[in-house]
Design a binder for this molecule. Sequence first.
Ligand code: ZN
Length: 196
Amino acid sequence: MAWFNQSTADWLHIDIMDGVFVPNISFGFPVLEHVARICDKPLDVHLMIVQPEKFIDEVKALGAYIMNVHYEACPHLHRVIGQIHEAGMKAGVTLNPATPVSVLEDIAADLDLVLLMSVNPGFGGQKFIPHTLKKVTALRQLLQRTGSSALIEVDGGVNLETGRLLKAAGADVLVAGSHIFSAPDPAAACKALSEL
Ligand code: ZN
């Protein structure tokens, strides 16, 4: 973790999978407590789980900076966003590839961040879905129209090539997993992405 704490990464993005909302399981809070203890960067916790509102206290206890919940997992999204804010965290909403950004029209002004999935969530190392670029542009317009200052974050298949295209389209935050962690020099790969 030492290299990561000294890297150019702004946050540590954590994907929590429950084997229900997504077809895979990653890890739970006992593991994350250890990660949070040794990580100096703000935690961006992405819950790929059903009923994420049940875990607001656990995510807060990690000292998380942002709690990201899926639009598709929250029938009462407005309430959940309010609960995350009441817990003292930034609130992010994540959209799967097939979910249009227009569903955020009435909630955008309440959000700190919108996370667009550029792969179907559940597995690392997947190929970037090019349609995401159009969604970034459409989301930027929606945020401006609704007076929202939410950041645009993109997760899935991010590398130097797709990262450059996403930045040009208006993305603020890029999440990279395989591109960084399978690189011969992860810190250098991270720096190259930071400098896009
Ligand atoms: Zn994620």
